[in-house]
Design a protein. Structure first.
Length: 326
């Protein structure tokens, strides 16, 4: 299969005003691509959208999305827009499905009709496998999502596989670990980095649920943005099955909440103590993702946990200083 063209590529980043999507938009612009951003700003921030990108405030389920595809003729769609809150998906599974399933289908139909060459879809390595039997978990491991959010992400991969088989639409699914870094809101499980950083910088104790021994695979957002460029360009020979087009994006290493807190304190050069809260019912105990498949395509994380946390602390400290002045 031919690789994507290097020059003159027209790229749509949905959710491009969000934490990860905005970094992906930046990365494509730095590559010399032309970038459009679609975001309804329900959780994203306009200030995150690169000035060089063309912004459209729009719901991904809006029929007007088709008009944008028709007018521009995107070569690549990078689909980051989603309902990402596991607890919200449990409370309102219908909302989760409207955004993550019907919104995706609206995008895919628009892409199919416009002749878009490739879709990069953001899935989740943290939820589609459930409580994994093998750590680090490979892409072909059994899927056992434990929330409507996980189910909707997995459904998205099945739909994409259908579009590939029936409509010959090329796609790559990226199953993220717990992404952290600059521009992150304290939201969801991965948001613990932003929460801890803000508390440390404010001189407040760090709150830990349960014994703090639960582990997650924390991957820096700058590395994740590079993985999206790899997914946009990689050659993909025809293969059968959904897992063949899926790539874990993580570090391959599980880090406990206790270790995360200690590393962040070391990076900040300060300690503020601990508060212990009850364990969250139904919380995944351990997660780490095998990354050999995408490593063979040329991507490996470049930021150590200490380096990524230092960069994140610096960004949050600068934002807090601006807020104080303002």
């Amino acid at each position: 299969m031919e690789m994507m063209p290097e020059d003159g590529r027209k790229v749509l980043v949905t959710g491009g005003a969000g934490f990860i999507g905005s970094h992906v938009a930046d990365a494509h612009l730095e590559r010399g691509d032309r970038v459009w951003v679609v975001d309804d700003l329900s959780s994203g921030r306009l200030e995150n959208v690169p000035s060089e990108a063309e912004f459209h405030r729009m719901d991904i389920a809006d029929p007007e999305v088709g008009d944008l595809f028709h007018d521009v003729g995107f070569d690549l769609v990078n689909h980051h827009a989603a309902q990402i809150d596991v607890r919200r998906s449990v409370a309102d599974p219908g909302l989760d499905a409207r955004v993550n399933v019907l919104g995706l289908l609206n995008m895919l139909e628009a892409a199919r009709q416009a002749g878009t060459r490739r879709v990069v879809f953001v899935s989740s390595g943290g939820v589609v496998y459930g409580e994994p039997e093998v750590l680090p978990t490979p892409e072909h491991a059994p899927k056992s999502p434990l929330s409507p959010y996980g189910i909707s992400k997995l459904a998205g991969e099945y739909y994409l596989n259908y579009y590939r088989q029936v409509h010959e639409m090329d796609y790559v699914a990226l199953r993220y670990g717990n992404v952290y870094g600059p521009r992150q809101d304290p939201h969801g499980e991965a948001g613990v980095v932003a929460i801890f950083a803000n508390r440390l910088l404010g001189g407040e104790p760090l709150g830990i649920h349960g014994d703090g021994k639960q582990t997650r695979d924390y991957v820096y957002v700058g590395d994740v943005a590079r993985a999206n460029l790899t997914a946009a360009d990689m050659a993909l020979p025809p293969t059968a099955g959904m897992d063949a087009r899926a790539f874990n994006v993580a570090t391959g290493v599980g880090t406990s909440v206790n270790e995360l807190a200690r590393t962040l304190e070391a990076a900040a050069g300060t300690r503020t103590g601990r508060m212990t809260w009850k364990a969250r019912p139904g919380e995944l105990r351990h997660s780490a993702l095998a990354i050999g498949r995408i490593a063979r395509r040329g991507w490996v994380p470049e930021f150590s946990l200490r380096q990524g946390l230092s960069a994140t602390l610096g960004h949050i400290a600068a934002r807090r200083a601006v807020a104080r002045v303002g």
